[in-house]
Design a protein around this ligand. Sequence first.
Ligand SMILES: Nc1nc2c(ncn2[C@@H]2O[C@H](COP(=O)(O)OP(=O)(O)OP(=O)(O)O)[C@@H](O)[C@H]2O)c(=O)[nH]1
Ligand SMILES: [Mg+2]
Length: 726
Amino acid sequence: MKFSDLEENRRWILESLGRLEGFVLNDTDFRGNKQHETKAIAYQNRFLEDGKYRVVFLGTFNVGKSTAINAFLGGGYLPMDVEECTSQLTFIQRGEHLELVLALSSSVSDNELDALRRSLKELPGEITRSTDGRELRVQFTTDDPDAMRMSLEPLVTVMADEDYPHLAPLREKIEELNLFLPSGVLEEDIAFVDTPGVHSVSETRQDITYGIIERSHLVISFVDSGFAGNIHDLNFIKRIIKWRGRRVFFVLNKADKLESDEIDVRGARGPSRSLIEAFERHDIPEDSEIFFLSGYRALRAQQLERGQIALEEVLDDNKISLPTSVVDRIEDSEDPARDLSAYLMGQSRFPHLKERLLDYLLNENKAGAVLGTAARFVAERADDFVSSLENELNLAKDPTKFDELRANREQLMARLNVIRANADRVLNVYNVQSKGGEVDGQPHPGYEAMFRENLTPEKIQEEVIQPVITWLRTGSNLKDAQRQKFAPLSAQMEHQVDEFVSGIMAGLNETIDKAEAEARDAITEQLGQVRGLRMHLTEPGKLDVAGIDTSMAGSYIAFGGLGAAVGAATGALVGTSVVPLLGTAIGAGIGGLLGAIGGFVTRLARSEERWLKKLEPVIHDNVMNMLIHGGKDKQGNRIAPLLESVVDYLKRRADAFYEAVQGEVDNAINSVQSEVDSLLSREEEIRNESEAIIARLGPKVSLLHELRDGAAEIVELATNREVVRV
Ligand SMILES: Nc1nc2c(ncn2[C@@H]2O[C@H](COP(=O)(O)OP(=O)(O)OP(=O)(O)O)[C@@H](O)[C@H]2O)c(=O)[nH]1
Ligand SMILES: [Mg+2]
């Protein structure tokens, strides 16, 4: 499926979700559980919205993230600076016109709005405020990138605090910033996310960054090619790859400052070699892709080509030193701007990165799978809703069916009770597996106990503390650590803790995934039987009440709706996932270590052994606090130990799964039960008003069929992307 098709189908599914919601909320012929259905629809909506192809740019400040995004956009839309620049997460996507939308945490005051109007008064555009005051919209009457950049400067830059102090109250309220650029600027429908430089291990930053990675398909990690072996956040990146399963592209930027023989993508020499060595030290998978880039040249090339800057400006730019042979050639050329632009673009290596990025997003990302899941949901729900209307329609057309329905009622209810009992049994097993207890004579320790069992002081000593001490004794590690204010020691500790905890969690997650999959499959089969009952409620001939044809269950599994509903529901209910939690807990603990060492750094003798003797208990206490006991930050606030957060996570995950599955079971069974009751109690009405009912339900049935069939087609497209036709 092409991007444009994906996009179109996604829009169709979003629209269909809206129509289903409208039916559930406003249509008197909807007979199911309003609350349950609207919640399930909302999950799917969010799931699909988040399936947008987001590409997040990460890296230290000043490495050239904003410049590179501008190169992708083809103009200087985002502020760039020689000093630390970007201060807010900025989302960039395609829109009708050039537009900036601010989502605010609380309503904007008249003063704040006036201050913004004054700052932007030179710019061609209009500022409007939403009725609740929590959204500000700057709509430009031009497509000029400068207009966008100038309006962003007072809002998203570090300099703004000094240059625009009167806008500080407004800046503090900004929750999310969305830029819309007219189509044709963003060539494909991809959203980019510009982030502030990563240069601290502050908890909030990590949370924000993890949060955005969660919602993205691809991370582009920027590294200054002049300092390739020296990236401090590799532990962090490793976690993104391992835990999030996210792909990371590494971009060695500012390649224009390198000698040509240093540019070697295979990693045999120069910065790419250093980067690969750093990967090895941090267990980053070898297949991580590395690109060289000069974002600045790419941007200049685009600006020149689009007539946004003059030729002289580039020729005089001291960041671009052109060889005299090139200058001569340009001066003799018939179209110097075009030729210089082409030269710079080639030099920038930008086309390479762009091509690979598009290829990745199109062929390897999960957008198709996300779309398929949401489409399944629409197809399945439309089918459920329509079958209840069809049952009523059948009865209106042929009231003799009432006799059969009445005769079958008891059997139907008995069958539903059996299904409910089966489902209860499955859920009970799941519960015991997660909480601990015994089923069928088999003991289960429960997830919490399984985690605690692996987190004993002995194991921590053996697998974290001892390796760190051994590392300190190796080569010049201790000396180097001392020289760099112990940052390398904290990085090593972070790595060791991360390995240790990741190992435990990997085993545990596998156990939990397996338990969830088993429960889901068993429940899906039961729900397939409910589906069979519902579809043949008024066709008793086809309904073998004693033993439902299991092919019905098969068709339910084929649709796989339960997996979609439960998966999305679980994620939403758990809220935080285990990755940010590990990241923050480890980050906070490491901060404590540096503080503790700092306390005696100046007072210590030179001998290595004495250093080690002093360091060992500090490392020991720090690791134990981080993992088991907890500690306090500089302000005296308690930092929860990792143990506590993981136990809380395990419990929430188990509860969320249980509740989500049980919710689906109740909803399915109760709706059949109440449908039968309602049909029978409305028998007179249906008999007397059959004409009106047929006229009323007919169009609704065809609408729901349309939704069901359209969605089923998209399921097919999204899941069979590589169908081979012979
Ligand atoms: N030589 C050279 N300079 C570059 C390149 N890309 C960016 N720069 C310069 O590096 C400086 C920082 O660029 P930005 O794009 O603002 O960097 P950033 O990563 O967004 O920085 P923060 O917003 O602070 O996180 C600017 O002066 C850019 O002109 C490049 O490819 N080559
Ligand atoms: Mg920036």
